[in-house]
Design a protein around this ligand. Structure first.
Ligand SMILES: *[C@@H]1O[C@H](CO)[C@@H](O)[C@H](O)[C@H]1NC(C)=O
Length: 207
């Protein structure tokens, strides 16, 4: 019977029904922060901006969508800054822009963007300008969470013995084992206030 269960599991894995691992690094890495727990190591990769044509002007702006009353940040919500950064396509995942907290205050970031808009002799903002702006004024995404090492994790909970079908029991056992990898906690010293709170940075992470 156990051989049969093992065989069925191999089949399920072969068709992708059972995940073999959970990857936390689906995006290209620029820097890797590792925190090791007792027997696992989890890495958080962060992404840096890059331009396909740094010396090219970003495409000209489209009319902005309507402002959403519940989203009032002057940087992470509907605004020219957000649109221009997205038009420069400096990240392969456009959502990355709002995942990155600032490394400065909102006022400093807005002032820096204003210089980009008006301070240069060329009429347009270049892709390379946005790369520097993102890398100088924003920091690594995902640093607000840290791995928790569970000291009392029971990887064979009693209730599994009540599951009579051995295939389902084995599947539940594997699923239960993922809990240890899914537990994270907020690192409060890495979070930024959400606009309009004053702070030395601003982010979108909701505590
Ligand atoms: C929490 O965040 C601070 C500030 O970014 C960092 O220095 C510290 O290493 C982080 N703590 C952990 C446990 O990752």
């Amino acid at each position: 019977m156990l051989v049969y269960v093992a065989w069925r599991l191999v089949l399920l894995q072969a068709v992708g029904a059972v995940p073999q691992f959970i990857s936390s690094s689906a995006t290209p890495a620029s820097s890797v922060v590792s925190s090791a727990s007792s027997d696992t190591a989890t890495s958080i990769s962060t992404v840096v901006a890059s331009a396909s044509a740094a010396a090219s002007a970003i495409p000209s702006s489209e009319p902005l969508p309507p402002v959403q009353p519940w989203c009032i940040s002057e940087i992470f919500c509907v605004c020219v800054l957000l649109q221009d950064v997205n038009l420069a396509e400096v990240y392969s995942d456009p959502k990355m822009v709002v995942d990155k907290p600032m490394s400065k205050s909102s006022q400093q970031v807005l002032a820096g963007f204003s210089v980009l808009q008006h301070g240069s002799s060329v009429a347009s903002i270049m892709e390379g300008d946005i790369v520097s702006f993102e890398d100088d004024d924003f920091t690594g995404e995902g640093q607000e969470l840290v791995v928790v090492a569970l000291t009392d994790f029971n990887d064979s909970p009693m209730f599994l013995q009540n599951v009579m079908d051995l295939l389902i029991q084995a599947w539940a056992q594997i699923g239960s084992g993922y809990w240890a990898d899914l537990i994270w906690e907020t690192n409060t010293s890495a979070t930024c206030p959400i606009y309009p709170d004053d702070g030395d940075c601003e982010g979108t992470f909701i505590r």
